[in-house]
Ligand binder design. Structure first.
Ligand code: AMP
Length: 156
């Protein structure tokens, strides 16, 4: 597989695949989970990044986490929507990428996540790379380089 080193796919970086921060829906640490749930349901996203007041990346929060938080024994405890904050329920133990990370690092990170956040050396949020963006790039690469593969790859 030595020849792959020269191919453009391996020169693709997280920055080239990234949705930049201005286009990414996010919530803040001190938002009540009601606000986060509204953003998630309205946008249709399963999870969004959590930032602090300085726009530094802190974690992610998803619909399932919020629904589990308000799930009581026999009913949804809706009063928790305003008393619990995003900071109380968010997940912060997750991998992040740097803009300069190469394609294979992105691919590996996205095996277990539908999107991964891109953060700079000072902790500021740069954007996200989605699994969709990586798979699109991989699909393009396979079709452009059909000759490298033994199997037919005519299905788009
Ligand atoms: P997609 O590949 O577009 O289906 O996105 C996968 C996941 O990435 C979504 O469910 C969201 O959690 C997240 N995501 C994608 N685009 C955005 C965005 N513009 N703002 C916030 N989250 C996003």
């Amino acid at each position: 597989m030595e020849h792959l080193k020269e191919l453009p796919l391996l020169q693709v970086t997280a920055e080239m695949l990234m949705v930049s921060s201005e286009k990414v829906a996010h919530v803040q640490l001190n938002n009540p989970i009601e606000h986060a749930l509204l953003i998630l349901v309205k946008s249709g996203y399963s999870a969004v990044p959590v930032l602090d007041m300085q726009y530094k990346f802190q974690g992610i929060v998803g619909k399932n986490t919020i629904l589990n938080e308000i799930l009581g024994l026999e009913r949804f405890e809706l009063e928790k929507l305003s008393s619990v904050t995003v900071e109380d329920v968010m997940t912060s133990d997750i991998p992040c990428l740097r803009k300069s990370d190469p394609f294979l690092t992105c691919l590996k990170a996205l095996m277990d996540h539908t999107f991964v956040c891109v953060v700079n050396a000072n902790g500021y949020f740069d954007g996200i790379v989605t699994r969709r963006a990586v798979l699109k790039q991989l699909n393009k690469y396979i079709h452009v380089n059909k000759a490298l593969f033994n199997e037919n790859v005519d299905e788009k």
